[in-house]
Write a protein that binds this ligand. Structure first.
Ligand code: ADP
Ligand code: MG
Length: 244
């Protein structure tokens, strides 16, 4: 694979005696959409959180965009600006408007002027289908709308990779589609994405590659056809039988 955005080699993570990531190799090319699946507790969130060092790896190497993010000389704040992250729980600031939530990070970091940030926020809110919510307060939004604001907020830093950790798991079923549509749009526009999800329809339609993790290791990976239609490993088969 040339032009790797994410190049993780032999990543290990321990929480005390709990060896959670056991020598993970995980590569993502530019513009690639990788869907990460696996049972609860297999280490998917831990892997994502290691990528922007919300978690400190125990050992192994993590290179993002050519930068070694586990090197103490690397400016981690700068590196994080290029990595957008969207979680299951959106954590919007309820005392701010939707627009202010989206503008906050780029203006606080002095990346752009307030005027430019407002312009950009309106554009991003239009992208996620919420052009009319610029002045709204988060409390007035549905869960799906909040999650789309969270996506707009992550995009406001102009990241070149987006990490999604079960972005639709906390949503009422009727809200899931709108959020997935926004993610599809991003993928079609060439965003490099790592998506942890149980939405197998999304994975089948959008993933360039599906990675199946269990018990802290990558068990199997391949195209959606390979993994979903011809899983090679018993554990992959057993998992898919449960979720599909
Ligand atoms: P997944 O996202 O696949 O469900 P996680 O990465 O959340 O898996 O968790 C993997 C394992 O690491 C689990 O055994 C979990 O209990 C443990 N774990 C996750 N986060 C922490 C933490 N902050 N402290 C201690 N143990 C943790
Ligand atoms: Mg998780």
């Amino acid at each position: 694979m040339t032009n790797l955005k994410v190049d993780v080699t032999n990543l290990n993570k321990n929480y005390g005696d709990n060896h959670v990531l056991k020598g993970i190799d995980f590569k993502v090319a530019s513009n690639e959409v990788v869907v990460l699946i696996g049972p609860s507790g297999s280490g998917k969130s831990t892997l994502l959180r290691c990528l922007n060092r919300l978690e400190e790896p125990t050992s192994g190497s993590i290179i993002i965009d050519g930068q070694d993010i586990s090197n103490s000389k690397t400016n981690i704040d700068k590196a994080r600006e290029n990595i957008g992250m969207v979680f299951q729980h959106f954590n919007l600031f309820n005392n701010l408007t939707v627009g202010q939530n989206v503008e906050l990070a780029p203006t606080e970091l002095g990346k752009i002027s307030k005027d430019k940030a407002a312009q950009q926020a309106k554009k991003l809110l239009a992208t996620v289908g919420l052009a009319d919510k610029y002045n709204a307060k988060p409390q007035s939004l549905s869960g799906g709308q909040k999650q789309r604001v969270a996506i707009a907020r992550a995009l406001a830093m102009n990241p070149d990779i987006m990490l999604f950790d079960e972005p639709t798991s906390a949503l009422d079923p009727e809200m899931v589609g709108d959020v997935l549509e926004v993610m599809k749009k991003l993928a079609k526009n060439g965003m490099t994405m790592v998506v942890v999800t149980h939405e197998m329809g999304f994975a089948k339609e959008m993933a360039d590659r599906v990675v199946f993790m269990a018990d802290g290791v990558v068990v199997e990976e391949g195209t959606p056809e390979e993994v979903f239609d011809h899983p090679q490993n018993d554990r992959t088969q057993a998992f898919l039988e449960k979720v599909i």
